[in-house]
Design a protein around this ligand. Structure first.
Ligand SMILES: [Zn+2]
Length: 113
């Protein structure tokens, strides 16, 4: 176990720290126990797709990157057993096909432009 150095400041949550010079102030502060959902982004698909690197790729790290396509649908999470808010996210056509295979009970709504 690491001991705190004498006189060291106690650990604080990031949102309790004062903003740095030039940093935008936080517009919302999350209350304890409050659910904050990110609204669907209608400008870019919100799915994360593999970046194309594998453990065999030289000079590349496998991982996920955000899909750059324009979304055409909004996917809605099925009702939750714990009663929490249902999430939703924007998806492009190819990500929608993957999502409908992987998540049972998800519903889709077409984005009208
Ligand atoms: Zn996509």
């Amino acid at each position: 176990m690491r001991r705190r150095r004498k006189g060291a400041a106690p650990k604080r949550a990031l949102e309790d720290l004062p903003p740095l010079p030039g940093q935008a102030p936080m517009t919302q502060k999350k209350k304890p126990g409050e659910e904050v959902l990110i609204p669907p982004d209608l400008g870019q698909c919100q799915a994360e797709i593999p970046n194309g690197n594998t453990f065999m790729t030289f000079g590349g790290v496998p991982g996920l990157v955000r899909c750059k396509n324009k979304p055409t649908y909004i996917a809605h999470e099925p009702p939750r057993k714990d009663g929490k808010k249902q999430g939703s996210m924007s998806l492009c056509g190819s990500c929608l096909a993957v999502c409908s295979k992987q998540i049972p009970g998800v519903t889709f709504e077409e984005i009208k432009r």
